[in-house]
Structures are given as C-alpha cells and as structure tokens.
Design a protein around this ligand. Structure first.
Ligand SMILES: Cc1cc2nc3c(=O)[nH]c(=O)nc-3n(C[C@H](O)[C@H](O)[C@H](O)COP(=O)(O)O)c2cc1C
Length: 490
C-alpha cells in the first residue's frame, strides 16, 4: 500500500528506526471512545437497518453477543411484526444490550410514525436509527423528548437515544440543533410531552449520533464521503456554538464501506464511528433468501445500478440495487418512464401493458389494483379515495405494487422469479467479495455478521498503522496480528 506519510522525505525516518507501540493497537482504538461508552459496545461500528427485517433478530443477537450495535429493519414491517421483534430481542438479550429499531420517516402516512412511537415508548425501546427524514416530525420528537431529565451534574439526560442517518446538510442542521421550539410547544400544549421535557428540550441536540451517508446500497442520493463527512462535522461545531450545546454529537460515516482500507479512510475523514449495510445482507443472519445471498456473493464492484424507489416513486427518488443476475433495474426504470409520460393506465399501449402483466407482474393490472385497493381501504382510505378520482395516482399505486412485490420475491427466493428480484446493494458488496476472495469467508455461509465487523475494524487499524509507520522503520510492536478484545459473556 502507498504510504502517504513517506511522500514527505524525512531525514529522521530512514532504516533503523526502533520499533514502537503501534498507534492503533486494535479496532477498538478507532473513533470516539464516547461512542463505546454511550452504547456499551466494543467497536465504533454499526450495522444499519435493512428493510423488511433483513436486518433481523438473529443478526442483532449475533452482534449484541459480541458487543456490537445493530438496528432492526422495521421499514416495511407491520406494527405487530415490529412488536414481535422487540419482544424477542428483549427476551433473548439483557436490558443493556446494544440494539435499536429503525424509525423510517413515512411521508405518505404520518399516522404510522405516531403508531411506531407509541409502540417504542410502550415497549421501552431506548435506541432508534432515524432515517429518510427531510423535515423532523412531531412523532419523532415525542420519542426523543419523552423521558428527558436533568442529572445531578446539571446535564440533561435522554432516556431515548437517537442516531440520525442522512446525506444532506440541511437535514443535518435539524438534528444537530435542539428540537424546533414551535413543534415542542405544540407537543407540550397537547399534553404529549410534559412541561419539564419541553423546557429541557432546548438544551440538547435532537440527535446523539449522526451518520453521514454517502453512495450506499438502497435509498441514496450518492453523496461523496470525502466532502460530506468533514462538512457535517464542521456543521456540528457551528450549531453547538450557536445553541450553546454541551453535548457533542458524534458523526459517523456510511456508504461504500466493505474493506479495511475504506473504513480506515472514514476514520481519517474524521468519523467517530462507521456504519455498514450492503455487506451484511450477504451473511447467514440476514433475513433474506439464500438465492439472494448467492447472487450477492458473486457481485463485483460495478454490478450495481440505480433504479426508482418504490416508496417514493412519484418524486423520482432512487435506490441502488444489484444489477447482475436480475432484470429489476431496467423494468423499474421503464415503469417510471411510463408514469412520467402518461396520465393514466388507459393511455399506455395495449401491447406494453400486456408485457407488463404477463412477464413482469405475473397477473393482470386489474388483480394488482384489487390487491392495492384492499390494502389502502384498511390502511389509508383517504389515499384510496384520491386515487379513485385521479387516474395518474391510480397508475402510480399500481406501479408501486411492483416494488413491494419484487422485494418480497427476493426475500422469498423463488429461483424461477430471479429476474424480478429487487435487491438493494451498493458497491461495498463487490469490494468485500474481492477482499475475501481465496479466504474461508469467500463462502457467504462463513460470513458471521460480527466476524465481518471485527475483521474489518481490526484490518482498518492495521491499515492505519501501516500508513503511519515511517518508511524503513521496524514493524510496530507487538508485531503481527491484532488481538480481539474480549466479547461480553451474554
Ligand atoms: C438491503 C438493504 C436494505 C436497507 N434498508 C434500509 C432501511 O430500511 N432503513 C434504513 O435506514 N437504511 C436501510 N438501508 C441502508 C443501510 O442501513 C446503510 O445505511 C447503507 O447500506 C450503508 O451503505 P452501504 O450499503 O454502502 O454499506 C438498507 C441497505 C440495504 C443494503
């Protein structure tokens, strides 16, 4: 590897420099130690949520048992399914175990956010990963602010920890500042938080941790980590000064992390912690099919593509997906083009509709509409009423069904449906596959999610040690290999 420090010739550096203790004795020495203390974890490494319980209970259990943090993939799950996951995790893990639940912004049905907050508060879940927010919402604030107290040292302490994942500075600003005063006042006036909680809200930032997400698997606006991470960190300092905040928000990095070198680079950029996503979908613990994992394990760096996002179809949001082995990205893009070009399903040429029905949907448009309407009749009758009066909206709902369907097909793993699999994935997957080639972990069945985390973090420490070693000097002591710190015993 290139040693960038060696690029500056130093008269003191040539051979014969005695061995010294390595700057990073292990993966646990990377990042802000406050992250380990706050979350009770061994490494500043987080496994991000993956929709529809792909980030599953077994995944969080495997992580927590090795002292690592992960978030349950609550997106796309019903409330009873989320409750089931919480109940299981609370019964299999001790109360202090590091895990949380994904709190996805729901811009179509805000009532579902409120219901999630009710569930999290009722079940005493103390940690969430908030994502997809453009604007913070009352439901999110209610979760964060409930249980604020002032400790003996005068500091405000939050019972509910909030890690916000985002990719835009204007969103970061909202999470780096205290909760918006007007929204806090409304919550207090409605009796949804106490007057004390409302008062204390002004003294802490809305988030404890912010993960700055660059080009990633799944929903992404493909930011560049090199610019994003340092910028969010400087915004943190700016807003802390402006609001006189004592709590330092930790800034993490996500997107494209699948090798020790990438993780080392994230820490060099100033990250306090890192988060991975794509690579964890290709582990035995992930809640998806073996057929998907087989495809992912063969992916190379350039085997991903952008496709429209089903949940934000009308506004043209994008997801990064696996391209190799599936036709989903092309088909999804075609549906989006038809949607933008036509005002109604009736305007689409009959031959095109027939192809969609026979080869993509595997059923008639009418059958799809019946299924969709029956869901909305229960979940959001007002949405259904609007769609019945608006042919373009009806078309969007029919097309959105394909995105839910293809997600389900991938998770179920019927090989005859492989061309329709929708598999969220970024280039980190291919990078990991290349790194693990020729090792026992080339076989995905050997890729325990916590082992991956440890190998990557310890490898990142070795990478940084290598870079920091002056050219010609002896290896750092202790030479070779890095000991893993002991895992907790639960
Ligand atoms: C299959 C898959 C599903 C995902 N689902 C969610 C989700 O439901 N909620 C969320 O906040 N992030 C989701 N993500 C994003 C990850 O939590 C993580 O932020 C991202 O994958 C990190 O980038 P990387 O894929 O380059 O490692 C998903 C990612 C993947 C690969």
């Amino acid at each position: 590897m290139t040693n960038w420090l060696a690029a500056t010739p130093s008269p003191a550096a040539p051979s014969g420099v005695p061995a010294a203790a390595s700057p990073f004795p292990d993966g646990a020495s990377l990042g802000d130690p406050g992250f380990q203390a706050a979350h009770g974890v061994r490494l500043n490494y987080v496994v991000g949520a993956m929709v529809k319980a792909i980030a599953s209970e077994p995944m969080l259990e495997a992580l927590a048992r090795r002292g690592l943090l992960g978030f349950f993939g609550a997106g796309g799950c019903t409330l009873p399914r989320i409750a089931e996951a919480i109940d299981r995790l609370q019964s299999t893990l001790p109360p202090t175990a590091p895990w949380g639940v994904n709190f996805l912004h729901n811009f179509v049905l805000p009532a579902q956010e409120e219901a999630l907050t009710d569930l999290l508060l009722a079940r005493r879940v103390t940690r969430i990963e908030a994502s997809a927010f453009v604007q913070v919402t009352p439901a999110l604030l209610r979760y964060r602010l409930t249980g604020l107290t002032r400790a003996a040292d005068g500091q405000v302490t939050a019972r509910h920890r909030l890690l916000a994942k985002l990719s835009r500075p204007e969103v970061a600003r909202q999470f780096l500042a205290p909760a918006p005063a007007a929204m806090v006042a409304e919550l207090a006036a409605a009796g949804r938080i106490t007057p004390d909680e409302a008062r204390l809200a002004a003294e802490i930032p809305l988030a404890d941790d912010i993960c700055a997400e660059a080009d990633s698997g799944g929903h992404t606006d493909r930011r560049v980590a090199f610019t994003l991470v340092p910028h969010i960190a400087s915004l943190r300092d700016e807003l802390a000064a402006e609001h006189r905040l004592r709590q330092r928000v930790r800034i993490g990095a996500a997107g494209g992390l699948g090798t020790p070198q990438a993780i080392a680079a994230a820490f060099v950029l100033g990250a306090d912690f890192v988060m991975t996503g794509s690579i964890n979908q290709c582990t035995p613990e992930a809640g998806t099919s073996d057929a998907v994992k087989d495809l992912l394990a063969r992916a190379d760096l350039a085997d991903t593509d952008m496709a429209p996002a089903g949940d934000m179809f009308e506004i043209g949001a994008k997801v990064q997906v696996l391209r190799r082995g599936t036709l989903f990205p092309g088909r999804a893009q075609r549906l989006y083009e038809l949607y933008t070009r036509h005002d109604s399903l009736d305007d689409i040429p009959a031959a095109t509709l027939a192809e969609i029905e026979n080869r993509w949907f595997g059923r008639s448009i009418d059958a799809v509409w019946q299924e969709t309407a029956s869901y909305y009749r229960r979940a959001a009758p007002q949405e259904l009423a609007t769609a019945e009066a608006n042919p373009k909206k009806r078309m969007a709902m029919v097309f959105r069904w394909y995105f839910i369907h293809t997600n389900r097909l991938a998770i179920d793993g019927d090989p005859s449906q492989r061309v329709n699999f929708q598999i969220h994935c970024g280039p980190a997957m291919g990078a990991l596959n290349r790194w693990l080639k020729g090792t026992p972990l080339e076989d995905w069945k050997q890729r325990n999610v916590a082992t991956l985390a440890e190998k990557l973090m310890h490898g990142a420490a070795e990478t940084l040690n290598d870079m920091l070693r002056p050219r010609g000097s002896a290896p750092w002591t202790p030479a070779g290999g890095i000991e893993f710190p002991r895992a907790p015993s639960f």
